[in-house]
Design a protein around this ligand. Sequence first.
Ligand code: GLU
Length: 407
Amino acid sequence: MTSMTMADWQTLSDRINHVAPSATLAVDSKAKAMKAAGVDVIGFGAGEPNFPTPAPIVAAAAAAVRDPRNYRYTPTAGLPELREAIAGKVLRDSGYEVDPSQVVVTNGGKQAVYESFQILLNEGDEVIIPTPYWTSYPEAVKLAGGVPVEVFAGADCNFEPDIDAIEAARTERTKAIIVTTPNNPTGAVWKPETVKAIGEWAVEHHVWVIADEIYEHLNYDDAKTTYIGAAVPAVRDQLLVLNGVAKTYAMPGWRVGWMVAPAEVAKAASKLQGHMTSNVNNISQRAAIEAVSGPLDAVYDMRAAFDKRRRTIVAALNDIEGVHCPTPTGAFYAFADVTALLNRPIGPNETVFANTSELAAALLDEGHVAAVPGEAFGAPGYLRFSYALADNDLIEGMKRMKAWTQA
Ligand code: GLU
């Protein structure tokens, strides 16, 4: 591999220099590189279901590869059949009608996040981000010239943002707010009252709502996803719903996400995408049609498996001295408070860690366990564990973490 030193004139844009790398992907790629080098690493890093994509979806993709219709460019906003299927899915799951013209199919949910801020924000516009947040939100806001405004809510209130705190953060530059339930990284499913209050607040103050619903089907115990567009119908004219097949159908690598937004917003997203990536890979779109319009049986089976792992990991984490993990009721993340592991000697080398970034790095290097540090989510003192990995790996990973902390 060649490395080069940049000459003085070879500067990069301020825009890119001010953006942090994706911490979730950084942890994941380091763990995978260690594995490739022969180190037996247990990865609780990226939220990536370990299940194979269900067979009928794979079969649809296999058929699509042989169909010459898929060899050409197709409409930027997505195959008409997929946009229709997504509109049908919104009615099935969220209970309200949208027109296929409101749907834009994107390269993963992440592109829908990126496009939302590019098309809504002017320089200096503020976006309220309930914190802990998914690591890419503030960076996507910054890339659009916006200013992320964090509103923190801790474990004591189920990591649910308080409407008074949100209102206190509002200024005349507040342009949008992000709603993520079930939540990444906390695994919290926000109460209907919380979601409703945010929707009504947004309507009253003319604030766009970006609702990331990618974990919608992953609820446990008696928790249920509250769809903000259903809870507050008046918000639909200012609502961008983001979603995708990655988590629901175990399809993270297929890169199919979407945005459902007011038609004018969807048109703007499609205009932007026309200069970026054009249509999403047609093979993946054909697979997504099968996924989105098919039954949810396989999803419920995976959910039952995640539920079992959820109980196992929460018990195992709380069994480690210095770790406190509330029981999450959604997504596939456990978000553990590890502040008691900081600022005292930990691990076989008796290292004192000042923050969870250092702790997570050592846990990976020495304990061969990958977790994402809380700093990546605006929540220092926490570690995020994705439990979308195989049961035996989960048990082994927890054993290692306990042994490492107590060595
Ligand atoms: N969204 C998942 C996570 O938070 C996948 C990695 C990423 O795109 O950030 O781990």
